[in-house]
Design a protein around this ligand. Structure first.
Ligand SMILES: *Cc1c(COP(=O)(O)O)cnc(C)c1O
Length: 367
């Protein structure tokens, strides 16, 4: 039995023992065995979104944000104009990337508990012909909102613009099908729903969009086009790859396929999400979002209504019972978050609800 707490966070999250054990050997970055692993990972990631033949998978060293920045910097020309609908911190991060990279930016601002509406995107694209790209966050991990990717993708395609999707916290669990949902790029990372360790991201890019992106990028290291060309030519990563992470990610993807792929992973998280919301409701803790827009990835709860409540001490107490929570990211109300992802052991998410119940009882007894 492990004494490490389970991570109820949206990455890094608790990985399986098998995934961790696959990091116990070293690889040469030029070695054919390692490069076969890279090739297999890329191929399987493409298959997960049905993009084989039409799209390319370009991996990138670093956390997820590095890949988002690489996608914006490489695919949006310097004269481009990006529309960013914002309903949380990860959308705001994309807007910030556009500002830092000097790409023209227009935002549509929503409240933290409101979905992006395809109709608003349609109006913006109609009234601003200079917009070249829309950058959408699929699951806004800040509050846990699911944005209507498919509908928005249809609108963007109809207007002949490019769509860049931050699917960091949805890829592999929620459906994304490149055959029916048109996009230029979908960005995700190793340490989220595919349950690998953190350390690399990847961008699934429409072949034609990648082909015409040469020379766009502001940065040498973040240039997806260059990474792709070099990898096609040599089978190697352009600069030192995170070898242990790649090997463990490969193992995590093998386990994902054994579990039953996207349908099974999505169903497990959905069940976790229901058990969590129902269990917490019995403890008197309300979730922040209406069920209709709640993604089964991470749930925001209102803080307990107890004068003794403080996140830090609540966090420490729940951690002492074996579970690591996540702070809220909303400015207006006091909240905390609980992730539905990762390998949560025999008692699963119910164990986490039980731990929170014990801590609430302790808090009441001390009052
Ligand atoms: C996790 C996450 C990211 C990437 O964050 P990093 O800290 O760079 O890994 C980006 N977007 C969303 C929606 C995420 O959930």
């Amino acid at each position: 039995m492990t004494t490490e707490p389970y991570l109820l966070t949206p990455g890094p999250l608790t990985t399986s023992l098998r995934t961790r054990q696959s990091m116990l050997r070293d690889w040469g970055s030029w070695d054919v065995d390692f490069n076969n692993i890279t090739a297999r990972v890329r191929e399987r990631l493409l298959q997960i979104v049905c993009g084989t033949g039409t799209h390319e998978c370009v991996p990138m060293q670093g956390s997820g944000t590095f890949s988002v920045e690489a996608a914006i910097g490489t695919l949006v020309p310097r004269s481009g104009h990006v529309l960013v609908p914002q309903n949380g911190a990860y959308c705001q991060r994309i807007a910030r990337i556009c500002r830092v990279l000097g790409r023209r930016l227009t935002t549509i601002d929503y409240a933290d508990n409101t979905q992006v509406a395809a109709g608003d995107i349609e109006r913006a694209l109609t009234s601003e012909p200079s917009i070249t790209h829309v950058a959408l966050v699929h699951c806004e991990t800040s509050a846990g909102i699911l944005n209507p990717l498919h509908e928005i993708a249809q609108v963007v395609a109809r207007h002949g613009r490019g769509l860049i999707v931050d699917a960091m916290s949805s890829f592999g669990a929620l459906e994304i099908d490149a055959r029916t949902t048109p996009f230029d790029a979908v960005v995700a990372a190793s340490g989220k729903c595919l349950e690998g360790p953190p350390g690399m991201g990847f961008v699934i890019v429409r072949h034609a969009a990648l082909e015409r992106s040469e020379g766009n990028c502001h940065s040498l290291a973040m240039d997806l086009y260059d990474q792709w060309v070099y990898m096609q030519k040599t089978t190697q990563w352009r600069y030192t790859p995170p070898t242990h992470v790649v090997a463990a990610f490969d193992s995590a993807i093998a386990q994902y396929l054994e579990e039953g792929g996207r349908a099974a992973r999505g169903a497990r998280y959905a069940q976790n999400c229901r058990t969590l919301i129902d269990g917490m409701a019995k403890l008197g803790l309300r979730s922040f979002l209406p069920a209709a827009i709640q993604a089964p990835i991470i749930v925001t709860f209102y803080a307990p209504d107890n004068p003794r409540y403080a996140f830090k001490s609540f966090y420490d107490a729940v951690k002492a019972h074996g579970y690591v929570l996540y702070p809220g990211k909303l400015t207006s109300v006091e909240t905390f978050r609980v992730g539905c992802m990762g390998q949560l052991g025999e008692r699963g998410i119910a164990g986490a609800v039980e731990a929170v119940g014990k801590v609430l009882a302790e808090m009441r007894a001390a009052a």
